[in-house]
Write a protein that binds this ligand. Sequence first.
Ligand SMILES: Nc1ncnc2c1ncn2[C@@H]1O[C@H](COP(=O)(O)OP(=O)(O)O)[C@@H](O)[C@H]1O
Ligand SMILES: [Mg+2]
Length: 438
Amino acid sequence: MTDSDFAVVEFVLTALTYNEDDELDPDDLPPAYRTPFWSEGAIERPLAVTVDTVAKATGVSHPWEAVSGLMFTDYDDFTGEIQFTDRSMADDWYLDRVRDDDLEENPVLTAAYEGDRDVSYTRARENNRPARADRAFIDALLEEYFDDDEEDEMLDLVDVRAPEEIEMTLDDIVLTGEQEGEIQKIVKAIEHREYLANIGLREIGKLLFVGPPGTGKTSVARALASKLGLPSVEVKLSMITSQYLGETAKNVEKTFEVAKRLSPCILFIDEFDFVAKTRASDEHAAIKRAVNTLLKSIDEVSLIRDEVLLIGATNHPDQLDAAAWRRFDEIVNFPKPDAPMRADILEIVTRDMEIVDFEPEELAELTEGLTGSDLRLVLREAVLEALTEERTTLTQQDLVDAVADFEERDTLKNLDMIEGDHDALVAGGSFDNDGHDH
Ligand SMILES: Nc1ncnc2c1ncn2[C@@H]1O[C@H](COP(=O)(O)OP(=O)(O)O)[C@@H](O)[C@H]1O
Ligand SMILES: [Mg+2]
């Protein structure tokens, strides 16, 4: 058996089954199989089984050649369609070869063969990424929502990521016990949201991440989206309110609309302290209105009803007022990492590297006060330094030196902030302006 004949047969069987059974919907199709059929945010029946669509869905570049040797296949020159001349022979051929685990990755075929094999359609469907998490669906939705030019610009301010595009995982992030507990709770709440709705428990699903820059707030929000297989809608408050004054309140509303339409999803609102700042100062009336709209929208969105998990983040909890705080039902603290956490972070960020005499605990002792983001920068410096000597293997000493460099640079940066003397830094040469904010 070559893999490509199997891949093509599986796809053709899936498309034929899907076309015959109206009960099935796009959420039953494996995500890759949906790719060639998206059109303006929808997938229409029948799915055409042409060499083009098969190639796109399976990655097999010459699909007809891959299956032309099989007894039950045929090719229509005119339409470009791959056909099965004997369906039951095709079924048997496929069932002889597929493993239960792999079959369950395909809800359409699991539904068709559930009686013959030890597989569950319910489970297959639950584990299949739904169509509304596909990039193509998200793009179509955004296009529908923000169609004129000004609204298009709004899209520069809202960052929508499909789960397939998120690389960050929770395993890449070192968490405190409290953070793990909170994440566990929210994962469970989402799994059991119907139950929560039934018992009338609705005050859940609004988290505020609080902590200094570089402590993993953005990373955790994204990793959560990836773990839950949900799209994430990210907005930075300063951005959303700084450019399109008159439209701002409307844009805030639209952001929430989009989140609701994409639901279930995560709506991540960064720089939440901006709210309090605006309320306190004599900002433009349009901004004040936008902030009030924001607060109202937060009140009106619900994890249980709308399936939108709201995560706010702030570097400046001291600037938040009561009106902002009380809108969140869980506050998750992101402290600077302690020594054991720093050692763990160093282990993680150096996972794919070779380091002679590596002793993360020793480095952890040397890096009091540094965040996860700082530790990444330290490592980057060490790597680049070593490369200047044509070395791709690091030593513990390289890292110790990089820590010293980092501390020196950090001191200079703080001086800079105090004196506001940017020229001094520029003249100094190779300093980063701000490594924190990614
Ligand atoms: N606890 C941590 N464990 C692993 N990596 C971390 C941690 N905290 C920060 N980082 C890394 O530092 C970088 C910046 O983190 P980020 O999530 O943007 O911080 P924040 O949003 O709090 O400013 C990311 O590359 C992230 O992976
Ligand atoms: Mg951030």
